[in-house]
Write a protein that binds this ligand. Sequence first.
Ligand SMILES: *[C@@H]1O[C@H](CO)[C@@H](O)[C@H](O)[C@H]1NC(C)=O
Ligand SMILES: *[C@@H]1O[C@H](CO)[C@@H](O)[C@H](O)[C@H]1NC(C)=O
Ligand SMILES: *[C@@H]1O[C@H](CO)[C@@H](O)[C@H](O)[C@H]1NC(C)=O
Ligand SMILES: *[C@@H]1O[C@H](CO)[C@@H](O)[C@H](O)[C@H]1NC(C)=O
Ligand SMILES: *[C@@H]1O[C@H](CO)[C@@H](O)[C@H](O)[C@H]1NC(C)=O
Ligand SMILES: *[C@@H]1O[C@H](CO)[C@@H](O)[C@H](O)[C@H]1NC(C)=O
Ligand SMILES: *[C@@H]1O[C@H](CO)[C@@H](O)[C@H](O)[C@H]1NC(C)=O
Ligand SMILES: *[C@@H]1O[C@H](CO)[C@@H](O)[C@H](O)[C@H]1NC(C)=O
Ligand SMILES: *[C@@H]1O[C@H](CO)[C@@H](O)[C@H](O)[C@H]1NC(C)=O
Length: 371
Amino acid sequence: MFDSSFQKCLFLAFSLLCLTLADPSTAFSRRGSLSPPALPTPYDGPSPNITNLTAQFFHRHKSQRVAIKYGPFTTLPSTTNNGIDTYEVLNAPTPCTDCLVTYIAADLEHPDGTPANTDTGMWLNHAILYSTKEEGAVCPQYYPRRMFATGNERTPADISVNGTKHSGIYLPANVTFLLESELLNELPTERDVYLSITYEFIPSKPSSFKSLIPILLDITSPCNPSSTPTPTDSSTSFSITSIPWTANLSGEVVFTAGHLNDGGAVLQVLKKNESVCDSNATYAATSGFVSQAMNGVNGSTASQDLQHVSNMSTCAEIGHMRVGQAWSVRAEYDFSLHGGLVLGDGTREEVEGWAVLYVRQNEDDDDKLVS
Ligand SMILES: *[C@@H]1O[C@H](CO)[C@@H](O)[C@H](O)[C@H]1NC(C)=O
Ligand SMILES: *[C@@H]1O[C@H](CO)[C@@H](O)[C@H](O)[C@H]1NC(C)=O
Ligand SMILES: *[C@@H]1O[C@H](CO)[C@@H](O)[C@H](O)[C@H]1NC(C)=O
Ligand SMILES: *[C@@H]1O[C@H](CO)[C@@H](O)[C@H](O)[C@H]1NC(C)=O
Ligand SMILES: *[C@@H]1O[C@H](CO)[C@@H](O)[C@H](O)[C@H]1NC(C)=O
Ligand SMILES: *[C@@H]1O[C@H](CO)[C@@H](O)[C@H](O)[C@H]1NC(C)=O
Ligand SMILES: *[C@@H]1O[C@H](CO)[C@@H](O)[C@H](O)[C@H]1NC(C)=O
Ligand SMILES: *[C@@H]1O[C@H](CO)[C@@H](O)[C@H](O)[C@H]1NC(C)=O
Ligand SMILES: *[C@@H]1O[C@H](CO)[C@@H](O)[C@H](O)[C@H]1NC(C)=O
């Protein structure tokens, strides 16, 4: 059942609900004058390069850290669909199998290995890693497990909390990944970029470790994207709260980080309608997140505000989730503090708001009580 609905999802015109996160504008035609983006381009290139790095945590368990370089992805010129396209790597290489992933972080690189970011006119709008043989906790009829998601801010998923929590995401022996990414190229020429994902893992599942279940909550979710009203340009400050998701598992929420687009201030994670994490946006903390004043240069995209979201603060150990509890996310935007990104055709980028919660699941059932 699960497989067939995901297939449906993949093949139904790349799809309204399925890739909500990928491109909300396709789903709800919220972007008005924008033409729909091109269909995703399945990646069929050479094998990626795997680099061995130095593991940081759990050395006793023979931990390893690797960076896998996915790509190259050839981005559209800014003159086509504002330089925005979606890329899918079906059967993307995994760092390990029958193993426990304890850290994930993504970054974008130019072919010469230098960082690709807004200062070079290249945005990692988002990247999502799906573990496709496992059900998603939220909206399983549309999503397989979304184990990692990032926006251009590239917040590392430090899901073992710097090695203090004996937990990780278990990848089964038959694991398969789907990597889905949306990139935005602000220059009027096609350019190749690589997505580099760093994973730390333990090549086994030690009995003292517990599994983390990733739960992606989105202001457009859980399943019904059209429930989110589109704020118009006239409102400089507004918030959007998701429909609550009712937890069907219990465990400690070990780590979470939010995502907002430019103009965002805070992404709150709400438990029973009260914030348990305020993930705050920082702008332009490093020079990579400051656009060059490329406005109009060689036909490149105009940016009204040259400063972009560079960091979202993270929360560790924010308490327990219990079966039956309502969890949601709330995004606060304030365009008077930071302007949203204005695309090449003059339209404003969509707002987004989501967070991935990593829940250290209780394997015993004795606290499956509604509280
Ligand atoms: C892998 O690395 C080699 C040598 O550094 C390079 O020539 C090749 O283009 C790389 N392939 C990919 C897919 O990055
Ligand atoms: C990376 O580490 C793995 C496991 O320790 C090893 O098998 C592999 O040869 C290493 N690769 C490189 C390029 O050093
Ligand atoms: C929660 O629901 C998801 C989706 O239906 C399912 O895959 C998962 O097994 C459920 N978890 C528990 C602990 O029942
Ligand atoms: C992570 O742990 C190491 C030592 O285990 C420590 O030096 C470092 O400061 C810690 N980092 C954070 C962010 O807590
Ligand atoms: C993957 O492997 C697990 C454990 O070996 C098994 O329970 C599961 O059914 C397999 N899933 C698929 C889709 O083959
Ligand atoms: C959640 O809290 C907000 C502000 O604290 C309040 O306006 C709203 O009515 C609450 N929603 C529910 C469903 O209780
Ligand atoms: C976000 O900012 C608020 C207000 O300054 C602060 O109370 C909160 O701790 C911050 N969140 C994080 C995760 O640092
Ligand atoms: C604009 O085009 C000129 C000539 O092709 C080139 O030298 C210059 O680097 C370009 N500027 C940018 C910002 O791409
Ligand atoms: C923001 O993230 C960058 C990496 O992208 C990091 O170098 C910097 O220390 C972070 N700054 C803050 C304020 O967290």
